[in-house]
Design a protein around this ligand. Structure first.
Ligand code: NAD
Ligand code: MG
Length: 397
């Protein structure tokens, strides 16, 4: 893409896997894009390097403890620097054309919402913000005429093949799932899996949290909720099919029997590129499918007994109100504890289920309702983990 005025970009979560992939694409056509805002949480060295390379107007380090370090690291660069939660929201508000929402977890909600509320084009990788407060984000987008461009690969696939003019003709959405590193394993064999085994995704190279979510298949559960909000279909019209090769990224089935699928190599730069240049297409020559060798695409039903996260997420979506918010918060805390070797792999979903079952569900009408439900669920998850492990850990959003 080349045009007279470069598209001005904000990258929330620029030091993460999605953030880096976005900058990799930008590097290939520097004239088409200007990187105006970058944010990270604690990776000072990488953020400082990105600031030197892209010279944004504004950059934020989420953790205030790293502000002084960032200032030192960037030296006299003209970029305005800030830190803390409010500054992350300010980053979302900064007037740019296009925002990559790639902070991981519910921590991305407020900055992403700030971008949506000012009517930006927002590439949504941060699925947790939709799981946590989907109705609020979608209503804000509608009010502000924001354009939400899904960059999660499944949702990007659906976005590409969903015929807007034939919305009435859509029968169902079919999300594909790789099945993760433990596909085909019986449940009892998963009890002893290590952090390293769970982090080793067969097809995608991703951040730690989403890699664990893929291993428990909670990722697909969160994606059902994400698809419900983005495309407005009820839970029972969103199917999941296991497709271990990750070549078809998702499909839309129409009333007349046609199924439209989007295909591509399992490289996040492809869906990100689609949202970055949207509605145009940018030149990304690196990954091409070779149909001469692509002769074993397979599909299977998910194993619900081995992966109860899928039914749990469906149940949360059907319950509505704060249930998905609670599901998401409990899962985030449980995953963090698993990554710190404090709980076992199977406990991630068991704890999430216990917290969801033991929490009163309220309506979520405003952002504060979502934040309150998220906070309560985090505290309950900490309690549940302390009860199981005999240790007490407090963590705030
Ligand atoms: P990551 O862990 O690699 O990066 C996360 C980014 O968020 C980092 O820049 C980090 O500094 C920042 N961050 C973390 N905690 C923060 C906080 N509390 N406040 C502010 N910033 C914070 O994650 P990722 O794999 O790039 O995933 C990002 C999002 O995109 C997730 O929601 C994930 O589900 C989604 N996603 C990722 C992929 C992928 O391939 N990695 C694919 C689809 C969707
Ligand atoms: Mg996905």
């Amino acid at each position: 893409m080349s045009s007279a005025t470069p598209r001005r970009l904000t990258i929330l979560g620029s030091t993460g896997s999605v953030g880096r992939s976005t900058l990799d694409l930008v590097r290939r056509d520097r004239a088409a894009y200007s990187v105006d805002v970058l944010t990270a949480y604690s990776n000072v060295a990488e953020l400082a390097e990105q600031i030197r390379e892209f010279e944004p107007a504004f950059a934020v380090i989420g953790d205030p403890a790293h502000y002084a370090g960032l200032k030192d690291a960037v030296g006299g660069a003209p970029t305005e620097l800030a830190s803390g939660k409010e500054a992350l929201i300010e980053a979302g508000r900064h007037p740019t054309d296009w925002v990559m929402a790639a902070i991981v977890g519910a921590a991305g909600l407020a900055p992403t919402l700030a971008a949506v509320e000012r009517g930006a084009m927002v590439s949504i990788a941060n699925k947790e913000c939709l799981v946590c407060a989907g109705d609020i984000v979608m209503a804000a987008a509608e009010r502000a005429n924001a354009i939400l461009l899904p960059s999660d690969s499944e949702h990007n696939a659906i976005f590409q093949v969903l015929e807007e003019r034939n919305r009435d003709g859509v029968e169902k959405l079919i999300l594909t799932a790789s099945g993760g590193p433990f596909r085909g394993w019986p449940r009892d064999r998963m009890a002893g899996v290590t952090r390293e085994q769970a982090l080793a995704h067969p097809n995608w190279d991703m951040g730690a949290k989403i890699s664990i979510d893929s291993a428990t298949m909670m990722n697909k559960g969160l994606e059902i909720i994400e698809a419900h909000h983005l495309f407005g279909l009820p839970e029972e019209r969103i199917d999941v099919v296991v497709h271990p090769q990750s070549i078809i990224h998702s499909m839309v089935q129409y009333r007349d029997g046609s199924v439209l699928a989007q295909m591509g190599s399992p490289d996040m730069r492809i869906p990100i590129a689609h949202t970055l240049a949207w509605p145009k297409r940018l030149h990304f020559p690196d990954c091409r499918l070779d149909f001469a060798t692509l002769n074993d695409l397979t599909f299977a039903e998910p194993d619900h007994a081995a992966f109860p996260s899928l039914s749990l997420a469906r149940q949360a979506l059907k319950t509505g109100g704060s249930a998905p918010t609670v599901l998401n918060a409990a899962n985030e805390v449980a995953v963090a504890h698993f990554l710190e070797d404090r709980i076992g792999f199977l406990e991630i979903v068991a704890i999430t289920e216990a917290v969801l079952g033991g929490t009163q569900i309220h309506p979520v009408r405003a952002l504060d309702d979502a934040i309150a439900a998220d906070r309560e669920a985090r505290a309950k998850t900490d309690e549940e983990i302390a009860r199981r492990t005999g240790t007490v850990q407090r963590r705030a959003l």
